[in-house]
Design a protein around this ligand. Structure first.
Ligand code: 9MR
Ligand code: ZN
Length: 553
């Protein structure tokens, strides 16, 4: 097999494909659109790749900088999927990754004008009952379906929205084009229009005391059906401290971002954030969430809420500049939190994101330095991991967990954050020329590591799939997603990131079909029933939007 990024490579980036052992002599050619070999070279033996147990060689064709469509041919006659070289090749991808969230909208119809063939009628509009008191009902319609199921959960929502809002804040120039959603053309960037659909729902998910309901789902996952056919009763599940802290954080962040577009909306979110913060002050203890009996929808449970509280403190501080939040932040910094992760289980990296991207640099120098050191140290660790892997992805065998592509992408986010930290602003002190060139080299290394994660996602992996629907000649086609399976349309909409391989598969189909002892990078099936390998979620797409937006500037 020849594994490569099936979408392609940026003109001036490092370009490498992976040849597996079958391609014995390892001489390869790069063939262009006119069937002309434009490069012939020897691949370099790498040895055994641990996570796949493949013996691999690396074909480096970085010297090809002419935009175009190519494929690779080796001396055994093996031929790769086609790929492009160019500077705008990730632009359609970024748009579809974002547009995918529109298809998750709940509580409204998806019209042909915006959804094309993927229309459906309005779904899930009844009132929800409090799980703990069925006498009380509330209208909490809206938001995005979390994943292949129809549930809506606060922590994943908060995290996904945060990734998107940071993408917009840091790389606004990548969001000038419309994505054809109902609000397009209203003078607000579509990424903010789409996020607002989720935020308006989140505003309804707060109780009188300020706590955020952990989730809004039916008792049991619906069978496979279109969203509008699901008439089951939805419930509001109890408030958790994890959800409430994520809620405070994302609301504070959103209030900052929307202030320039809609002051009233921004203020409303800041009030919600403050209310959630007061709740957190009143409940310093960890209040987790466990599914009650007779409920099997997502749990999104955690063992600690310190990282969520850290993120909340960071966002509240950056949004308000008030010292009391910084004090809490400092206290929580004494806890042993990673500060490098951006997923729903560990959001402490989002605190780093808040502090380090704050243009006003409000945090004390010591705190900024601490966060900065942690992010750069992690970036260096990831560069090493990438170098140790035959498929050039910063992942260890044990990192292939349920939703491993989130790990892949969150690490790409970290590399991007590290890159932005190396960019000098006008107010920064001037460097010597030597320092400047060192910084440039360091940044290139980080960029290439972020790109390596994208290359893996888009095909440079041991199963040869692109894990984004519609992107790549061998893109996966059977996501575990109810509308995709039930709409009678053959192909899924483009732009969905699959959860990806899991060393320990959890669903029946995967357990029965993946032989024990399969190396973790290969524990994948493009099968609709494989919810532990091939589902889609809002928070597996959101980091991919962040990363592509950086490269699309
Ligand atoms: O993404 C979640 C993954 O990290 C967990 O290991 C898994 C089991 O708890 O749950 C995943 O989240 C699912 C959620 O519970 C319900 N909606 C679909 C999510 C993706 O599979
Ligand atoms: Zn719905």
């Amino acid at each position: 097999m020849i594994a490569l990024n099936q979408v392609g490579y940026l003109t001036d980036a490092v370009k490498k494909a992976v040849l597996t052992k079958g391609n014995s002599f390892q001489v390869f050619q790069i063939v262009d659109g006119e069937n002309k070999a434009v490069l012939e070279k020897k691949a370099e033996a790498f040895g055994m790749d641990e996570a796949s147990q493949d013996e691999v060689s690396i074909a480096d064709f970085s010297e090809i900088t002419q935009a175009g469509i190519y494929f690779i041919k080796d001396n055994t006659g093996d031929i790769s999927y086609r790929f492009a070289i160019g500077d705008d090749i990730y632009q359609p991808l970024q748009k579809d990754l974002l547009k995918a969230l529109y298809y998750q909208r709940c509580g409204c119809a998806l019209e042909e004008k915006h959804a094309g063939v993927y229309t459906h009628a309005c779904c899930h509009t009844g009132e929800a009952k409090l799980w703990e008191n069925h006498e009380i009902s509330k209208e909490v319609n809206g938001g995005w379906h979390d994943a292949g199921d129809f549930g809506r959960y606060i922590s994943p929502a908060a995290v996904a929205v945060a990734h998107l809002l940071y993408a917009y804040m840091l790389f606004p120039e990548s969001f000038q084009e419309e994505i054809n959603i109902p609000e397009s053309g209203n003078g607000v960037p579509d990424i903010l229009n789409e996020c607002r659909y989720e935020l308006e729902w989140m505003l309804k998910m707060q109780d009188e005391e300020g706590g955020a309901y952990h989730k809004l789902t039916s008792a049991m996952h619906a069978d496979f059906m279109m969203p509008e056919e699901d008439k089951s009763q939805f419930y509001l599940f109890p408030v958790s401290s994890m959800a409430t802290a994520d809620y405070a954080a994302s609301m504070a962040l959103a209030s900052r971002v929307y202030a320039a577009y809609d002051k009233a909306f921004a203020d409303k979110m800041m009030d919600a954030a403050k209310k959630a913060w007061s709740w957190l002050e009143k409940h310093p203890e960890y209040i987790g969430f466990k599914n009650p009996e007779n409920c099997n929808t997502g749990e999104y449970d955690d063992v600690c809420d310190k990282d969520e509280r850290l993120w909340a403190a960071a966002e509240m501080f950056v949004a308000t500049g008030e010292g009391k939040y910084q004090n809490v932040l400092k206290e929580l910094c004494k806890e042993n939190l990673g500060k490098t992760d951006f997923g729903w289980t560990d959001v402490s990296g989002l605190a780093s994101m808040a502090i380090l991207t704050d243009a006003k640099k409000q945090a004390e120098e010591g705190i900024r330095q601490e966060f900065r050191d942690i992010i750069l140290a992690e970036a260096d660790r990831l560069v090493k991991l990438r170098e140790e892997c035959g498929y050039m992805v910063a992942m260890k065998p044990e990192d292939y967990v349920w939703g491993s592509n989130m790990v892949v992408l969150n690490r790409a986010m970290l590399m991007v954050l590290a890159c932005t930290m190396l960019e000098k602003t006008e107010t920064d002190e001037k460097n010597s020329e030597i320092e400047d060139s060192q910084l440039k080299m360091q940044k290139k290394l980080y960029e290439n590591t972020a790109l390596a994660q994208m290359h893996y996602l888009l095909g440079t992996n041991a199963v040869g799939y692109s894990y984004v629907t519609g992107y790549g000649e061998n893109a996966y086609k059977n996501p575990h997603n109810r509308p995709t399976e039930c709409d009678g349309i053959e192909l899924p909409m483009a732009g969905w990131v699959s959860g990806g391989p899991s060393g320990i598969p959890y669903d029946e189909t995967a357990i029965q079909n993946i032989p024990q002892g399969t190396p973790p990078m290969k524990c994948y099936l493009d099968h609709v029933m494989c919810y532990s390998l091939n589902e889609i979620t809002i928070y597996w797409n959101s980091p991919a939007v962040f990363v592509t937006a950086y490269f699309n500037r």
